[in-house]
Design a protein around this ligand. Structure first.
Ligand code: GLN
Length: 201
């Protein structure tokens, strides 16, 4: 059983849990060990996790909640200690070492992001684009008031670009996407993250 947490202070939590539930069904059906998904609200929820998803949401609000309680420091220590982490949109902002248009939060990943790089909520958009490490063709990417990854350090490999902008990066057991796979029926990025959490890739 692979245990995946979803940081549940605010944002697209239910959607990630639903994607993990769907993936668990297909994993078991194909003879896999299965996936147990849980909400992470307090430090104790981190116990025994193999991976954590930091969902989309509002980084200013979640950053404040992380800093006020002890959860931010515990989460940072857990990820620095080897817990796999995947940030979608706001989550990528939380992971970044440098943030344009905002503050840094967990500062765990060697990337710089620019918040709200495509404009306002109304400038949200979708498109299908290839992503390294995914079989089966282009991935449907949903961008909602997304940041852009403006710099990826030497330790971070670029997995996807849209119009030249970096939208997906990986650094060891850390994954950042500026788009929202949990808002589609396609579970391939969730499957990739579960394989990372299992140490399979
Ligand atoms: N605009 C949000 C922020 O800067 C991120 C948007 C999202 O996660 N969909 O925090």
């Amino acid at each position: 059983m692979t245990k995946i947490g979803v940081l549940a202070l605010q944002g697209g939590v239910a959607e990630h849990l639903a994607s993990l539930r769907r993936l668990d069904g297909s994993d078991r059906a194909s003879g896999g060990a299965g996936i147990e998904a849980r909400r992470v609200l307090v430090s104790a929820d981190l116990d025994g996790l193999d991976g954590i998803i930091l969902p989309g949401g509002e980084s200013t609000a979640v950053g404040k909640l992380l800093a006020e309680g002890g959860l931010g420091a515990e989460l940072k220590a857990a990820v620095a200690g080897g817990l796999a982490a995947w940030g979608t949109c706001m989550g990528a902002i939380l992971l970044a070492r440098a943030v344009g248009g905002g503050e840094t939060h967990l500062s765990l990943m060697d990337i710089r992001v620019e918040r709200n790089a495509y404009g306002s909520q109304l400038d949200s958009f979708t498109g299908s684009h290839p992503m390294a490490g995914l079989e089966g063709g282009p991935f449907p990417m949903v961008f909602i008031r997304a940041p852009v990854i403006s710099f990826a350090g030497p330790g971070a490999s670029i997995l996807a670009r849209v119009s030249g902008d970096i939208v997906g990066c990986r650094q060891g057991r850390l994954l950042a996407t500026t788009f929202h796979p949990e808002l589609t029926a396609d579970t391939r990025v969730h499957a990739m993250f579960v394989r990372m959490a299992r140490g399979q890739e």
